[in-house]
Design a protein around this ligand. Structure first.
Ligand code: KIV
Length: 271
C-alpha cells in the first residue's frame, strides 16, 4: 500500500478499462513519470496511464540518448512511480538490448512487473516473436512503432517516420502483427496524421500517439517537455503547459483535460 494513498477505494485501471475507453471513444491520457512525487501529482489529476519511459536516460540522467539506460535503472524508477500510484495504469519500458532474446525479454519484463510494480511492459519495433513469447508467459505488452529512439544509431536523427507509401504500408502491417501477437496497446511516435488515423481506426487495441495527431485513441508526452523543465530542446509535437498555468498541478490537469476533449494535439503539434 502506498504511503501517498489519498483514497483507498480507488483501484488501478486495467488493460480492459483502457480497451473499454477506446470502444466508447473516450480519449486516453498518459504522461511519462519517473519518481513518486510526480507520480502522485499525475495520478491525482486523473491521468489514465503513466509510462516509465527510458526517456529518463535523457531527462533524468542527462544522457544524449536512451541507450545507456539499464534494466536496473528502469526497475528502480518503476518502483518509485508505483509506490505513489492509486489509479493510473503503469507501463514500463524494456530498455535497449534488454529484450534481445525471448528468454532475456521475459526475465527483464518479470523484474519490471514483480519488483517495479508495472502492469505492462513496452518494447520498440516489430519484435513479433518476442511479443508473442511474453504474452504467452502472461506478460502484457505495449508495442511501439514509428520513431524508435533505441535505433538512433541506425536512424541518424530523430525524424518523422512512415512518410513514404512503402514505409507507411509496412507500419500498418507491423501494427496488425503486433496486435495478432497479443500486444494490448500500441504507441505511435512521430508519424504523419493520416497514417496514425489509419492505424488507430484499423486496430482494435488502443493506439497512443506522441507526435501522431489527435486521431489516435490517446496521447502521451514526456512530462519534462510539457512542464518545460527539460534540459534539451522541446520537440515540435510537445506543448509547454506551464505557459498558461501557475502550478505544476494546474499544468498537468490542463494537459489531461485537453487530451480528453481532443484539444491536444492540434495541427501545430502534428505532421
Ligand atoms: O521513453 C519514453 O518516454 C517513450 C515515449 C516517448 C513514448 O517511449
Amino acid at each position: 500500500m502506498s504511503q501517498y494513498a489519498y483514497d483507498s477505494t480507488v483501484k488501478p485501471l486495467t488493460v480492459n478499462d483502457l480497451l473499454a475507453m477506446k470502444q466508447r471513444s473516450e480519449k486516453i491520457s498518459c504522461l511519462t513519470a519517473y519518481d513518486a512525487s510526480f507520480s502522485a501529482l499525475i495520478d491525482k489529476a486523473g491521468v489514465d496511464m503513466m509510462l516509465v519511459g527510458d526517456s529518463l536516460g535523457m531527462v533524468v540522467q542527462g544522457y544524449e540518448t536512451t541507450l545507456p539506460v539499464t534494466i536496473r535503472d528502469m526497475v528502480y524508477h518503476t518502483r518509485c512511480v508505483s509506490a505513489a500510484r492509486q489509479r493510473a495504469f503503469i507501463i514500463a519500458d524494456l530498455p535497449f538490448m534488454s529484450y534481445a532474446t525471448p528468454v532475456m525479454a521475459a526475465k527483464n519484463a518479470a523484474k519490471l512487473i514483480q519488483v517495479g510494480g508495472a502492469q505492462m511492459v513496452k518494447l520498440e519495433g516489430a519484435r513479433i516473436e518476442i511479443v508473442r513469447f511474453l504474452v504467452d508467459q502472461g506478460i502484457p505488452v505495449c508495442g511501439h512503432l514509428g520513431l524508435l529512439p533505441q535505433l538512433i544509431n541506425q536512424l541518424g536523427s530523430y525524424k518523422v517516420q512512415g512518410k513514404e507509401p512503402a514505409d507507411a504500408a509496412k507500419m500498418i502491417a507491423d501494427a496488425h502483427q503486433l496486435q495478432q501477437a497479443g500486444a494490448g496497446l500500441l504507441v505511435l511516435e512521430c508519424v504523419p496524421a493520416s497514417l496514425a488515423r489509419e492505424i488507430s481506426t484499423q486496430l482494435a487495441i488502443p493506439v497512443i500517439g506522441i507526435g501522431a495527431s489527435v486521431d489516435c485513441d490517446g496521447q502521451v508526452l514526456v512530462l519534462y517537455d510539457m512542464l518545460n523543465i527539460g534540459i534539451g530542446k522541446r520537440p515540435r509535437f510537445s506543448r509547454n503547459f506551464m505557459q498558461d498555468n501557475a502550478t505544476i498541478e494546474a499544468a498537468i490537469d490542463a494537459y489531461h483535460q485537453a487530451v480528453k476533449q481532443s484539444r491536444f494535439p492540434t495541427a501545430e503539434h502534428s505532421f
